[in-house]
Design a protein around this ligand. Structure first.
Ligand code: GLU
Length: 587
């Protein structure tokens, strides 16, 4: 019954610099980029270039990230920026330590549990209620203080210059704006781009036609913010006129006013947290703990799969139906726990250790049979937790991932987000506000009245799926830096990238090209192949095999945005996601 689509994949060694692809000239070979010294991978060529310039000038991974993030906020504003939040997993080569930084948005102090009760997602998204206090500016400042080497003010120069001189709007930005504008009842009656400033920036305000790809746009306001950040650090955004503008924009939202105040902005803090690590086949996989569900869910998927010989089951083929079956069953089990237990650990007791307990995960793995298990129920991990009701909220689209390794061996994995495409759609001083608070549960209690761990509470951070990850080999050396956008599908994309590396020995670019599959405790999703972007395969045949095992299958677009660096012997290998605009830089 097994269809060996990629029988040759097992032969590709992780250390291979150039991947052996298909022989035909018009079939892409998905070769990883190889460098020897330093590397940066982002979802946009201009951001990658900004990071690369900084690395080349002797900057650290953190310096390069700051320059890349500053540019991303300008050229990929639909996905991340000054108005958003992020999570970073960081490995410091000098001390050999790995730590994480939580720069997730917080709910205003006036927020109440019923904030979104009765609201539809679109209504909540396009309103002032969805805006959390941004975390990115403070994160850049905190990380630079700890790990920066280049002068802070120089790291914003590239973004400022691009904002002043202009840059070409990407096809992605243009088509995403067009997609949202098309949902409006009319140009004068707008749900999306209700903010006239944002409308005029991304579209012709008279016709509501999105500016075409290639349009050269300038953003003087953004250049001002870069100057202010360069001069005064993050305080330039959290206090003073820009903070006042943010609070005013939120409070005077034309759809539904929000309640964020300048005091909320002034009080924002980045939280350093211990990484969430799990041993997978002798490799230490370290990710972001709560309030992200990413590290725990990726860890659970891998921990559950530990008992199965994936490479053997698929005879080296990552698209073998048995491999896909096992991966999707592990996904079901992980999502059942994630939905129930994960919330901001400063507000609820998350059984984080218990969720990754070896015996517990073995007991979960024992629930897997040859046929699809259907909706998985949550388990009872060892350890304390609050009684809680599930929240299966899943969103997508406004996120980006940056992976960097510098010449000293410092490694940085950062997922950065404004939540949905173009955040909440309101532009303040050249950047977009986030709508990250819609990642909270819209209902504070379950049907039996039990509180939801991920309910809204004042100053709380909404649960995320972002999964920045660093993998270490058995000697403790960094071997893989990975992560992706994609809403709650981030978890599956990231886990698959680790399985592709560890179980199938695929190098980054090839790994990214392998079509995705996953199950978030609903239907089994397998990716529609995209010519030139993913490997080609017979999705219908795989679906039929899975249906025969009881799966409900949806063949769909699975638009990851993976940025992967592998530290191979003597070289750094980079892969960027061609499903978006990813590029690899370095030397
Ligand atoms: N807001 C989502 C989260 O934190 C990410 C959204 C996306 O990937 O576009 O999980």
């Amino acid at each position: 019954m097994f269809r060996k689509v990629f029988a040759s994949i097992a032969a590709v060694s992780a250390a291979t610099l150039v991947v052996a692809g298909a022989a035909s000239a018009d079939v892409p070979t998905f070769e990883s980029t190889a460098t020897v010294r330093e590397m940066v991978v982002t979802a946009n060529p201009l951001a990658t270039d900004a990071g690369e310039r900084v690395l080349r000038s002797g900057g650290t991974a953190v310096d390069a990230m700051i320059a890349a993030q500053a540019v991303l906020g300008l050229v990929e504003p639909q996905s991340s920026g000054i108005g958003g939040g992020a999570f970073v997993v960081y490995h410091d080569a000098a001390t050999g330590t790995t730590t994480t930084f939580d720069a997730r948005e917080t709910a205003p102090s006036a927020a109440t549990e019923d904030r979104f009760l009765g609201l539809g997602f679109f209504t909540a998204w396009q309103s002032g209620l969805s805006v959390g206090v941004p975390g990115v500016p403070r994160l850049l400042d905190v990380l630079h203080d700890r790990y920066g080497a280049r002068p802070w003010q120089t790291l914003f120069t590239r973004a400022k210059t691009l904002a002043q001189d202009g840059f070409a709007l990407t096809e992605r930005t243009s088509s995403q704006a067009a997609g949202l504008l098309a949902l409006n009842p009319s140009c004068s009656d707008r749900v999306f781009f209700r903010d006239p400033t944002a409308l005029a920036y991304f579209a012709d305000p008279a016709t509501c036609v999105a500016k075409p790809a290639g349009t050269i746009v300038t953003n003087r306001d953004y250049a001002d913010v870069m100057k202010a950040l360069a001069k005064d650090g993050a305080d330039a955004v959290y206090t003073g006129p820009i903070a006042e503008e943010i609070a005013h924009a939120v409070q005077s939202d034309p759809a539904i006013p929000g309640d964020m105040t300048t005091a909320d902005l002034a009080a924002y803090d980045v939280v350093e947290r211990a990484p969430v690590c799990l041993d997978y086949r002798g490799h230490d996989v370290c990710g972001m703990g709560p309030p992200s569900s990413g590290g725990l869910a990726v860890g659970q998927i891998l921990g559950i799969l530990e008992g199965f010989d994936l490479a053997g089951a698929g005879a080296g083929d990552p698209l073998d139906d048995e491999v896909v079956h096992l991966f999707t069953q592990a996904g079901r089990l992980a999502f059942a726990d994630r939905n129930l237990y994960v919330g901001d650990p400063d507000f609820v007791t998350v059984p984080a250790e218990g969720m990754l307990d070896e015996a517990y995960l073995a007991s979960r793995a024992a629930l897997i049979s040859d046929t699809d298990m259907g909706t998985a129920g949550p388990g009872t991990p060892p350890g304390e937790f609050d009684p809680t009701a599930p929240d299966a909220t899943a969103k997508t689209s406004g996120t980006s991932h940056i992976s960097i390794v510098d010449r000293w061996g410092n490694a940085l994995s950062m997922t950065t987000s404004v939540e949905s495409s173009f955040g909440n759609g309101v532009m303040v001083h050249g950047f977009l506000l986030n709508n990250q608070l819609t990642d909270f549960s819209f209902t504070p209690v379950g049907s039996d009245g039990t509180p939801v761990a991920n309910r809204v509470q004042p100053e709380k951070r909404p649960r995320s799926s972002m999964s920045p990850t660093i993998v270490f080999d058995s000697t403790g050396a960094v071997e893989l830096v990975t992560g992706s956008p994609g809403g709650s599908r981030i978890i599956g994309y990231t886990a698959q990238s680790i399985v592709n590396h560890i179980d199938f020995g695929l190098d980054p670019q090839y790994s990214i090209a392998v079509p995705h599959y996953q199950n978030r405790n609903g239907s089994t999703e397998i990716e529609v192949p995209v010519p030139g972007v993913t490997l080609d395969y017979d999705a219908a045949a795989l679906a039929a095999q899975l249906v025969a095992c009881g799966h409900a299958v949806s063949i769909t677009s699975l638009e990851s945005g993976l940025s992967i660096i592998e530290i191979a012997p003597g070289a750094l290998l980079g892969g960027a996601d061609l499903r978006r605009d990813g590029t690899v830089g370095g030397r």
